[in-house]
Design a protein around this ligand. Structure first.
Ligand code: MV4
Length: 447
């Protein structure tokens, strides 16, 4: 096992990784910007290195500074966490070139899934069902017209380098195709320096359901069920639940097997998430994430498996400590993402937290870097806490979550706690009948 890991992240994720390291008896090295010198993960780490000024581009994204820090302290491995450099294939390659282990998949798999066209071709070869559409980049309007005839309307034009919702254009009919195509291409060029685009049939009211997989170096791959992530706003997930309220055991096993076999054939390593749109009882692949995800704790809650621990063990060359038949799904879990934002305008609300009270009780977990006196810096993502609640079934989970949201206190900054309370009070949430458009529509219609 590694004796020292550098954690190339901040916030709740850095703390999450640190805790897993401690359990594995691994020494931890925190890196931080000048804005984060007081951060809890910095205080709890065995060593820490300040790697640059507040802006991420100069600190948490500063590859030379991170590599230098790792060499300075003699870290054998780097955990990239979530966001920042976690899906940067060049970073993974540079880390390995310095004889440091990158805790994540192989660079070629990160790169492949980063290119959404290549990802689709790969997924299709591996037997994963796709959204109907083009599997090459559409070079000109004539090709777009031809492809559109095959795919049908309404359709979406997506950027090959996009993902996470950036660079998508809808065309409802042939009249709209030319302007959608032209603007998608120029926006893709401006945003990603890559003007390749592709076409997909536009699913109008799907759900976003993703399957967690895990693979070791010995060819063992296991799926850990799905997460339902349809409650979102502007491509930011707000609430996630596991299992999905609309997936039964049989369907879970079918899609899980498809996902697990696919990553096995690829020779994939570590944690991965295959994202699907789900509509009309059918799954359609959209993307694969090649990292740990923010919402991983709900999978941990229903499986009892420590995903970060497994991820570190796999990177160190150990086999998975369980097989598919050992994985049992127990109860229901829901995560609420608590952001330091105005609940009406969603404008970030950094500042000092003078009062923090954590909720508690059976099945209640908080993943957070905040404490009384913590100053939320204005430079980074506004996520400050994740509340994860587990119950024996969905109804119990919802009741516990409601109580936990009543108990939690984060003052005086604005947070999205009230938004979560409002969502929980709706019939749609109680019944689990939402789709990816529901929250945004509800917000538009509130007073
Ligand atoms: C789609 C779609 C409908 N039809 N593709 C947005 C993020 C990116 N991962 C893919 N996205 C979508 N792709 C087809 N063919 C609708 C979305 C979409 C979405 C997907 C998942 C979660 C939230 C979303 C919000 C808006 C649009």
């Amino acid at each position: 096992m590694f004796s020292k890991i550098l954690i190339a992240n901040r916030g709740d994720v850095a703390l999450r990784v640190l805790r897993a390291c401690k359990e594995l008896n691994i020494k931890t090295v925190a890196i931080h910007s000048t804005a984060d010198s007081e951060a809890i993960h910095v205080r709890l780490a065995d060593e820490s290195v300040c790697i640059g000024p507040a802006p991420s581009s100069k600190s948490y994204l500063n590859i030379p500074a991170i590599i230098t820090a790792a060499q300075l302290v003699g870290a054998e491995a780097i955990h990239p966490g979530v966001g920042f450099l976690s899906e940067n294939a060049d970073f993974a390659e540079i880390v390995e070139a310095h004889n440091i282990v990158f805790i994540g998949p192989k660079p070629e798999h990160i790169r492949c899934m980063g290119d959404k066209i290549e990802a689709k071709i790969t997924a299709q070869k591996l037997g994963i069902p796709l959204v109907p559409g083009s599997k090459t980049d559409i070079i000109n309007f004539e090709t777009a017209l031809q492809e559109a005839k095959k795919v049908g309307y309404p359709l979406l034009i997506k950027a090959a380098s996009g993902g996470g919702g950036r660079g998508m254009k809808v065309a409802l009919n042939e009249e709209e195709l030319e302007s959608a195509f032209t603007s998608a291409k120029s926006e893709a060029k401006a945003a990603f320096g890559d003007d390749r685009v592709y076409i997909e049939r536009y699913l109008q009211k799907p759900r976003h359901i993703e399957v967690q997989i895990i693979a070791d170096k010995f060819g063992n791959t296991v799926h850990l069920g799905e997460r339902e992530c349809s409650i979102q706003r502007r491509h930011q997930k707000v609430i996630e639940e596991a299992p999905s309220p609309v997936i039964d055991d049989k369907t879970r096993n079918i899609i899980g097997e498809i996902a697990s076999k696919a990553v096995s054939k690829m020779g994939y390593l570590g944690l991965g998430t295959i994202e699907f749109l789900y509509e009309g009882n059918q799954f359609f692949f959209i993307e694969m994430n090649t990292r740990l995800q923010v919402e991983h704790p709900i999978t941990e809650a229903i499986t009892g498996i420590d995903l970060v621990r497994e991820q570190i063990r796999i990177a160190a060359g150990y086999p998975l400590s369980f097989q598919q038949k050992d994985v049992q799904f127990k109860g229901h879990a829901i995560e609420c993402r608590i952001n330091a934002e105005d609940p009406q305008t969603f404008i970030p609300s950094p500042g000092t937290i003078t009062q923090f009270h954590s909720p508690g009780g059976l099945g209640v977990r908080i993943e957070s870097c905040i404490y009384s006196g913590y100053k939320v810096p204005p430079y980074y993502d506004s996520l400050i806490a994740k509340l994860i609640v587990h119950g024996n079934d969905r109804d119990q989970c919802l009741l516990r979550l409601k109580q936990a949201l009543k108990e939690i206190v984060i003052e005086p900054i604005s947070t999205t706690i009230d938004l979560h309370k409002q969502i929980l009070d709706t019939e749609v949430m109680q019944k689990g009948t939402y789709d990816i458009r529901w929250l945004e529509t509800k917000l538009l219609n509130r007073n």
